[in-house]
Design a protein around this ligand. Structure first.
Ligand code: SF4
Ligand code: MG
Length: 324
C-alpha cells in the first residue's frame, strides 16, 4: 500500500466507501470520499465531524456506506477526536494490547468543521507527532447540510442563504475566501500540506498517499463542487473542478518538508467568467464584478508562480474587492 498510483489501471478496485449513502447526485465531497478511501486502503479509521458527509451518509436509517470503521464527531471536534484516536492506537500498541501495525486515522471534515468551527482543534493536531493522522477538508464552500449558509471559505460574490444577493447586498457574499492550507503550512515542522480538487483524477489519491507516508500529521484541502449549493447540473461536477483550475480560481499545490511546488499549471488559462457563468450562485453578478474576480485571480496567481519558482511559501496579498 501507499506507493504512488501511476495510471487509472492501478487504482484499487475495492471500495471502502460504497452504497448506503443519500448524498445528492453529482456530490463532489462524496466522490472525493470514495477516492480517499481507495487511496488509504483497509487499515483506516474515518472520523466524520458533522456535515453533509455525516448527515447525508445515512446513519439515521441503519445504513452506512463505510466498509471500514467510521465514527461521528461533534462539528468542532474533529481535531481533538483525531488526536485522541491516534493516541489510543499508539498507547494500545506500546502496551502490547494490540499488534503493531500502520493504521490511518483520517478526519474527513467540511469547511464548516475544519475551516471555521473546528479550526483550533485542527491547528492543535498539527503540533503532534502522530504518523498517519490525516485531515482532509472537503470544501464545498458553504454549510451545505443545513441549507447552504456562508462559511469562511465561501468565495466573494456567491449567493448563499446567509448572504443572499439582492437590493441591499447586490454582491452576495462580501468576504474573501480563507486559505486554510496556507494556515496549516505555517505550523512549525509541518511535513505535508496540499491542495487539490477532483481533477486530474489521480492527483488527490497520490496526495493522500504522500500525506499518510510523511511521518507526521498532514492536511489536504480539496475543492469539492456541490451541485446543490453552487447551482449547476450534477453531471458537471468534474468539469467544475477542471474549470476552477483552468481559470486559476483554484490553485493546486503541495508543500513537502519545506519545499513548495505547484502541481497544476494551466498552459492556456481560461477567463474566470467561464467558471462564474457555469454556476447559478454567481448569476446575479455584473460584468464589472466578474472583472473584479478576474483581477483578484490574476494578482493571486503572480504569487503562486513566484512561490513555484522559489520553492518556498510567500504570503499572497491581493487588493480586496471594492464595496458596492
Ligand atoms: Fe453533496 Fe452538496 Fe448535496 Fe451536500 S448539498 S450532499 S455537499 S451535493
Ligand atoms: Mg461545507
Amino acid at each position: 500500500m501507499n506507493e504512488s498510483i501511476k495510471s487509472i489501471r492501478e487504482i484499487p478496485e475495492v471500495d471502502y466507501y460504497t452504497s448506503g449513502k443519500r448524498t445528492c447526485a453529482g456530490c463532489g465531497p462524496s466522490l472525493a470520499y470514495r477516492l480517499l478511501s481507495k487511496a488509504a486502503g483497509p487499515n483506516t479509521v474515518f472520523l466524520g465531524p458533522t456535515g453533509c458527509m455525516y448527515v447525508a451518509n445515512g446513519h439515521q436509517a441503519l445504513t452506512s456506506p463505510y466498509a471500514v470503521p467510521w465514527y461521528h464527531t461533534q462539528l468542532g471536534g474533529g481535531g481533538g477526536a483525531g488526536i485522541g484516536t491516534a493516541a489510543a492506537f499508539r498507547a494500545l500498541m506500546e502496551k502490547g494490547k494490540r499488534e503493531k501495525e500502520d493504521i490511518n486515522v483520517i478526519v474527513y471534515g467540511g469547511d464548516g468543521a475544519l475551516a471555521d468551527i473546528g479550526l483550533s482543534g485542527l491547528s492543535m493536531a498539527m503540533g503532534y507527532d502522530y504518523a498517519r493522522l490525516l485531515f482532509v477538508m472537503n470544501d464545498n464552500e458553504s454549510y451545505a447540510n443545513t441549507g447552504i449558509q456562508a462559511s469562511s471559505t465561501t468565495p466573494w460574490g456567491a449567493t448563499t442563504t446567509f448572504t443572499p444577493a439582492g437590493k441591499v447586498k447586490p454582491i452576495g457574499n462580501e468576504r474573501m475566501k480563507k486559505d486554510v492550507a496556507l494556515l496549516m503550512a505555517a505550523h512549525p515542522g509541518i511535513r505535508y500540506v496540499a491542495t487539490t480538487t477532483l481533477h486530474p483524477q489521480l492527483d488527490f489519491m497520490n496526495k493522500v498517499r504522500k500525506a499518510l507516508n510523511c511521518g507526521a500529521p498532514a492536511f489536504i484541502h480539496i475543492l469539492t463542487p456541490c451541485p446543490k449549493g453552487w447551482f449547476f447540473d450534477p453531471r458537471y461536477t468534474i468539469e467544475m473542478s477542471q474549470l476552477a483550475l483552468q481559470t486559476r480560481v483554484w490553485v493546486s499545490w503541495e508543500y513537502e518538508n519545506g519545499r513548495f511546488k505547484l502541481t497544476y499549471k494551466p498552459t492556456k488559462p481560461k477567463p474566470v467568467e467561464e467558471y462564474i457563468k457555469a454556476q447559478g450562485r454567481f448569476s446575479h453578478l455584473k460584468k464589472e464584478d466578474i472583472d473584479e474576480m478576474q483581477r483578484m485571480a490574476d494578482e493571486d496567481w503572480k504569487y503562486w508562480e513566484e512561490m513555484d519558482k522559489e520553492g518556498r511559501i510567500i504570503l499572497p496579498w491581493v487588493e480586496p474587492p471594492r464595496k458596492r
